[in-house]
Structures are given as C-alpha cells and as structure tokens.
Design a protein around this ligand. Structure first.
Ligand code: NI
Length: 191
C-alpha cells in the first residue's frame, strides 16, 4: 500500500466529473490497489472519507468511515475495527428522501485548514456497488447523510464550498473552534 498525495483546491482533477467503474473491473488489481491506497491515505491525513479524485483518479469511487460519531466520542477502537467500519462506494447514486436541510461544519482534505457551514438534505438513499461487486442500498440521515453527500459530490467535481450559502461561515479551523462552534462542537467532518 502507498500513501498518495492528496489533490488540493485548484487542481483540475477535483473539478472533473468522474468516470464510472466498469463492473467487470471490480476485484481487478488496479482497483483493489487504489482502494488500499485510499484507505492508507485517508488514515494518514486523518479524514473520515476520501474520494478517488482526491488522489488524482477520476473514477466513481469513494471510501468512508461511517461511524465517525463513535470515534469523536473518544471510544477505543482497534485498527481492525476501524477497517471493518470502512464502506466502499463504487458507482454510487443518491436519491434524496427528505430534502429538509440540516447544517453541519464540513472540512475537506483537499481544502486543508478550513471549515465551512453547509446545509444539505437530511435523509438520502445511496445505491452503489461494494468492493466485492455486490449491489448495496444504504439509507442515511443527519450527519451521515452529510458525510456521504460531501464525498459523492467529489465524484461530480463539486466541493463543499460550492454548497455554502453564507461565506461568513467559512473559517480557519482555529477560528471556527474559537468563535463559531461552541454550540455544535461534535458536528465536524474532515474528508
Ligand atoms: Ni472532501
């Protein structure tokens, strides 16, 4: 496995619409290697999700740790358990189930040092293929809904700053913690 360099805001790969993965490619070495590298890169950079364009691969692939709230509670979890909680999304599509928005602070490994408040639909359904080629359906609410939408936006060339309605809520992390996040310190995504 290799830790890959993360593309930062301004790199064109972050703004490209990604290509679908041919389903017959699931399990092929190039894709398995990509997923392993993304996992290692995400852990190295400390994110809770990572999309393929962030490691310069314009493919419809994203990985996420879907138990971030447990982690933020400081619960002990071994690296083995963390691996198990990682979900792989290949060729995902989103359906909004409840479009009423919920706001959370978001961050992005491709926009280091910043946080921004973003409102997104609070309940979604995601259909995707996993790393074994199985079709999956996942319904997510609230914080997880936001995390998934953030990651899957990357596959469309969209970044969280594009979704912000109030740019006064775009801040450096230190200032966010100092001036903005007193009321919702737990709601913080970094992916
Ligand atoms: Ni991101």
């Amino acid at each position: 496995m290799t830790i890959r360099k993360v593309a930062r805001l301004g790199h064109p790969v972050l703004r490209q619409k990604t290509q679908a993965v041919p389903l017959t490619d699931i399990g092929k070495p190039y894709l398995t290697n990509l997923l392993q590298d993304m996992l290692e890169t995400m852990h190295e950079y400390g994110g809770i999700g990572l999309a393929a364009p962030q490691v310069h691969e314009s493919l419809q692939v994203a990985i996420m740790n879907l138990s971030p709230e447990e982690d933020s509670e400081g619960l002990e979890s071994s690296s083995e358990e963390k691996k198990i909680s990682i979900t792989v999304f290949i060729n995902p599509t989103i359906t909004v189930l409840d479009q009423r928005e919920k706001e959370y602070w978001e961050g992005c490994l491709s926009i280091p040092g910043l946080r921004g408040m973003v409102g997104r639909p609070r309940q979604i359904k995601v259909e995707y293929w996993d790393e074994n080629g199985n079709k999956k359906v996942l319904v997510a609410e609230n914080f997880l809904s936001t995390v998934i939408q953030h990651e899957l936006d990357h596959l469309e060339g969209v970044l969280y700053i594009d979704r912000m309605k109030d740019l006064t809520k775009l801040t450096f992390i230190e200032e966010a913690e100092r001036y903005h996040q007193q009321d919702d310190q737990d709601h913080d995504t970094a992916d």
